[in-house]
Design a protein around this ligand. Structure first.
Ligand SMILES: *Cc1c(COP(=O)(O)O)cnc(C)c1O
Length: 392
């Protein structure tokens, strides 16, 4: 049996059509977009076209699209940039389950004077919009709440949060890195002023992202130098990457309905199969408000890392729900935020399906999962004890 890749939330393979679209930009149309000669103008035209495409996909204007090196850079740009333009007035409202590109940046800015409110989430990972309303104060310069969580897949009520931010006159950013190809992306419908995406999460190349910034918003650049990206992001543009991102985004948007239908069916087949076969196993995240490709489980009496490594030996690539810190298993901030007891959280594992995932693959993964859990438990003295005292 072949290897099965179920870690699409970490990264995706580049679509061959995207590779083809990028191909001319390595050694034919290789000019520097800032050069005035024909070579440069051709590269500039490619970026202009890509920017138009991205803008169309987001329901935005081309001048609101900023190309970055990653989702991480897009998130940093908005947080650090908005903070920098509001010197002395620094409060950000975010959630406890954001990606590290948000949380670590807030922590970095704390000694520089940024105050951050980390909103709690409920057991399913949902932010309560009323909490956003209550958290906003006179010093709030930004609200940043992710669109869909990369670990447990929970989708936040962005439109409601966006309305609250608009009423309060506070700009609203969303880390939408997990959304393209899965969720609607039109910025006006979402009610956002800033939005981050990253090409390698939607079958584009690694190392290129977008920050959408609504006209009228203000933020200082992260990088200074040449005047690229209207002075908001210096550095010679990643022309091939930008072309690839635009192609990948157009494909993700046009193929979304079909992808969602296919992924949802396979994901539900997988979840049902796992829950039917693995005892003392729970699905984390929201039962319905979740990414169509995400299945995140906690399995009692098993360690997530052990599960992951054993599945890897069987050719199944998943992701651990807990980062292994200095030998001690520390459940992720997301699992802590949804209130999972530590002993349950340490047995967590994430499977994220993709375009190429088949029914045979999810069946193979569910088999391997059930067998591995059974084998690990057979070796666990905890499990034997627990079964005796619980009396199953
Ligand atoms: C992957 C990811 C990022 C980081 O994007 P990179 O381009 O890999 O830096 C940020 N936020 C979320 C939710 C992600 O899943």
């Amino acid at each position: 049996m072949g290897r099965v890749y179920l870690d699409h939330a970490a990264t995706t393979p580049v679509d061959p059509a995207v590779v083809a679209a990028m191909q001319p930009y390595w050694h034919e149309t290789f000019g520097n977009p800032s050069s005035i000669h024909a070579f440069g103008r051709e590269a500039r035209a490619a970026i202009d076209t890509a920017r138009d495409t991205v803008a169309r996909c987001l329901g935005a204007r081309p001048e609101e699209i900023l190309f970055t090196s990653s989702g991480t850079e897009a998130n940093n740009t908005v947080l650090q940039g908005v903070f920098a333009t509001n010197l002395g007035r620094g409060h950000v409202v975010t959630s406890a389950i954001e990606h590290h590109a948000i949380l670590t940046t807030c922590q970095h800015l704390a000694p520089l004077g940024l105050r951050t409110t980390y909103l709690p989430v409920d057991q399913h990972g949902l932010v309560d919009p009323d909490d956003v309303r209550r958290a906003i104060d006179r010093e709030t310069v930004l609200v940043s709440v992710m669109y869909a969580n990369n670990e447990i897949g929970t989708i936040q009520p962005l439109a409601e949060i966006g309305r609250i931010c608009r009423e309060a006159g506070v700009p609203f950013h969303t880390d939408a890195v997990q959304a393209p190809g899965m969720l609607p992306l039109r910025v006006d419908d979402l009610g956002v002023d800033f939005l981050s995406i990253s090409a390698h999460k939607f079958y584009g190349p690694k190392g290129v992202g977008v920050l959408y910034a609504r006209t009228g918003t203000r933020f200082a650049p992260l990088l200074y130098g040449g005047g690229q990206e209207r002075g908001l992001r210096a550095g010679t543009e990643n022309v091939a990457g930008i072309v690839g991102l635009a192609k990948a985004l157009a494909l993700a948007v046009s193929g979304r309905d079909a992808a969602v239908a296919q992924l949802t069916a396979l994901r539900d087949r997988f979840i049902e199969s796992v829950l039917a076969r693995v005892e003392h196993c729970r699905l984390n995240g929201h039962p319905t408000q979740r990414l169509p490709n995400n299945a995140h489980f906690s399995v009692e009496f098993v360690e997530g890392e052990a599960l992951l490594l054993n599945l890897d030996l069987l050719g199944i690539a998943a992701s651990s729900g807990s980062a292994c810190m200095s030998g001690a298993q520390e459940p992720s901030h997301v699992l802590q935020a949804i209130g999972l007891p530590r002993e349950v959280a340490v047995g967590s594992i994430r499977f994220t399906l993709g375009r190429s995932t088949t029914a045979a693959e999810v069946d193979q993964a569910a088999d391997a999962f059930a067998d591995t859990v059974a084998r690990l438990r057979a070796m666990s003295p905890f499990y034997a004890d627990a079964m005796r005292t619980r009396g199953r």
